[in-house]
Write a protein that binds this ligand. Structure first.
Ligand SMILES: Nc1ncnc2c1ncn2[C@@H]1O[C@H](COP(=O)(O)OP(=O)(O)OP(=O)(O)O)[C@@H](O)[C@H]1O
Ligand SMILES: [Mg+2]
Length: 248
């Protein structure tokens, strides 16, 4: 019997057998995953599992030692982080993701100038994050954690990425801020952008939004599931998140 048509479609992001590490240690070992446009794909796993290393390798910040990364079918292997960004791969790091000494506006200008983007891209991201427009002259080192995270995401969005990788964007934020940040990420997704989201905190709010979830442990993918199904799995909380998911 022939395969259904969607099985022939090229995924937005296709990672195959990816391996990378530091010094003598391979941290991620033979990882394969895919992410689609206009949908949220999550990576979840304990501290030290290699989640950040994985997305840094996909983004070209850490060199791959084997395997391949394709965006829209095009191989990105061997390309710098900047070249990958130009091809539509947006990456918002977990830490040190804004220039603290610069104002909000200057943070965004640095990217538009470096990447030779039209200036109206700044207005575009101000529309999505009105608080940044209000605080455009404020030094970004004095922003709240949530505002800083919004600025970091806004900086990635200036390139109009096809895929946006977010490394724990809600970690450490106050509950109301988390709700609005999640809503803003959903707006990004609904605009057609693929989102690859490393989840650490707030899984009970975020997992229901995730089409696909990859569970990572010790540098490998151990399980793939759909977000809502995963949340409903009674063994999941205990296995991967300790007691962090409130039980119904
Ligand atoms: N620059 C580095 N040099 C050497 N080892 C590193 C480096 N960055 C990370 N590691 C090691 O790689 C392993 C995986 O770290 P990584 O930050 O990728 O995990 P993580 O799953 O993102 O953890 P967390 O949930 O705490 O963010 C850890 O053992 C860490 O100590
Ligand atoms: Mg990490």
């Amino acid at each position: 019997m022939s395969k259904p048509i969607w099985e022939y479609a090229v995924p937005l992001l296709n990672v195959e057998n990816l391996t990378s590490g530091y010094g003598r240690n391979n941290i991620i070992r033979g990882i394969s995953l895919a992410a689609e446009e206009g949908s949220i794909t999550a990576i979840i796993g304990p501290n030290g599992a290699g989640k950040t290393t994985l997305v840094q390798t996909i983004a070209g910040v850490v060199d791959a030692r084997g395997g391949s990364v394709r965006l829209g079918g095009e191989p990105l292997d061997g390309m710098s982080a900047r070249e990958r960004a130009r091809r539509g791969l947006g990456y918002t790091p977990q830490l040190r993701n804004v220039f603290g000494a610069l104002s909000v506006e200057d943070n965004l200008e640095v990217v538009t100038r470096a990447m030779r983007l039209p200036h109206d891209r700044v207005d575009e991201v101000f529309e999505l994050f009105p608080i940044l427009a209000e605080r455009r002259k404020q030094r970004s080192g004095t922003l709240s954690g949530g505002q800083r995270q919004q600025l970091a995401i806004a900086s990635s969005l200036l390139m109009r990425p096809r895929l946006l990788i977010l490394d724990e964007p809600t970690t450490g934020l106050a509950p109301q801020i988390v709700d609005s940040l999640i809503e803003q990420i959903c707006v990004i997704e609904r605009s057609g952008t693929g989102v690859l989201w490393i989840i650490e905190e707030h899984p009970s709010q975020i997992l229901p939004l995730c089409e696909r979830v990859f569970l990572m442990e010790s540098g490998q993918i151990h399980h793939e599931a759909n977000g809502p199904q995963l949340l409903a799995d009674p063994g999941f909380a205990e296995m991967f998140l300790g007691a962090r998911i409130p039980q119904a």
